[in-house]
Design a protein around this ligand. Structure first.
Ligand code: GLA
Length: 355
């Protein structure tokens, strides 16, 4: 029996920067997905999703994206990547369970991909390094799910470190960890609002960013400073300019946040989180009413340093930096601000592992 665990993540700063070769700060959260499984010798794959009480049974010759039971795509897509990397097809059976809320912006999907990749790494005795496992998860999402995501979610789930932020340079794939000052907690406020068209909106944003980079004749928006962007604004449509302003601003904010952390300037760090949210509202247009209510309310709570939407956007959750002593009053205020909200207080945790 093989057993593995992969955590979800919270994106702390650097929204939609990952597929623009940019910079991100994130944490692995204290909830995740567990997979237990074993090989099968009858040429079949069986997936059991305990929480959903659903299962999928397929022949190895039938591996393709699923139309119903879409959760299976995160697993099958990863399996497909192992085969594409030369691993001979071999059956297996797994049981998946998770305590990560789905659609909350905590990347339950990447947790499932990463857990599957770790499971298959054990099963097939492969030696892919952590970055390659992350890329396997991303490719599964591109090819079996249809979301043209970056690598933030998978890297965060794999490289998480207790009490540390993960700093990812999405051009060089340098991954560093930065200690989180004591006395503060991250509080995730899950609005439970879900947007039906997330995949389409996400891919459309990515296309706009790539079009903006092309018009500015750079490899990616990573190569653009805020000053350069404003000087060259006439080269972009208003839509592309706004999207680029968000990404370029986010990359700049991550750099400033890192400096603030070096000096333990928590208030300055938190302010950048609020600025990030404002840019999502004004420029990237990936927020929604529920998240805006939550952020407006967060600004009024004593002991809250900052907050912003976390992840793709268009619903889901906010991530907030809150003084430990103020967490209780903060969570109460969030439920008052948007009544379906559920708060999750999390510390930064270690990344995925074989149990
Ligand atoms: C989703 C994607 C990530 C990243 C974020 C936005 O979580 O999966 O790759 O682009 O949105 O920063």
């Amino acid at each position: 029996m093989i057993q593995v665990y992969a955590p979800g993540r919270a994106e702390v700063l650097g929204n939609h920067t990952d597929y623009n070769d940019g910079l991100v700060l994130s944490i692995a959260v204290d909830r995740g997905t567990t997979i237990k499984g074993a090989p099968r010798y009858d040429g079949k794959i069986k997936l059991i999703a305990s929480d959903l009480q659903e299962e999928i049974l397929l022949d190895l010759s039938e591996i393709r994206p699923q139309v119903t039971k879409e959760w299976g795509n995160y697993v099958l897509g990863v399996y497909d990547q192992f085969v594409k990397r030369g691993v001979p097809p071999k059956g297996f059976e797994i049981e998946i369970s998770s305590n990560l809320p789905m659609g909350a912006g905590l990347s339950s999907s990447a947790a499932l991909e990463v857990a599957t990749a770790l499971f298959l790494q054990q099963l097939y005795q492969t030696r892919f390094d952590k970055l390659e496992l992350a890329k396997i998860g991303q490719a599964a999402e591109h090819q079996f799910v249809g979301v043209k995501c970056g690598l933030l979610d998978q890297i965060s789930s794999l490289f998480g470190k207790k009490d540390h932020l993960i700093y990812i340079d999405c051009r060089t794939f340098e991954v560093r960890t930065i200690p989180i000052p004591s006395g503060v907690q991250f509080v995730i406020a899950n609005s439970k609002v879900k947007h039906a068209l997330v995949t389409g909106e996400y891919n459309e944003r990515r296309e706009s960013c790539e079009a903006a980079a092309k018009s500015l004749e750079v490899r990616a928006l990573r190569d653009v400073t805020p000053e350069f962007l404003e000087k060259n604004r006439v080269r972009l449509s208003l839509n592309a300019l706004k999207r680029a302003r968000h990404v370029v601003g986010e990359i700049d904010r991550v750099q400033r946040a890192e400096k603030a952390l070096e000096k333990s300037e928590i208030a300055a760090f938190g302010k950048l989180m609020w600025e990030s949210h404002e840019s999502s509202v004004q420029n990237f247009e990936n927020s929604c009413q529920a998240l805006d209510h939550l952020i407006t309310a967060s600004k009024k709570v004593k002991g809250c340093y900052g907050g912003r939407l976390s992840g793709g956007g268009f619903g889901g959750a906010t991530v907030n930096l809150v003084e430990s002593g103020a967490v209780e009053s903060f969570t109460q205020k969030m439920t008052q601000a948007w009544k379906t909200t559920e708060c999750l207080v999390t510390s930064a945790c270690d990344g995925a592992s074989v149990l």
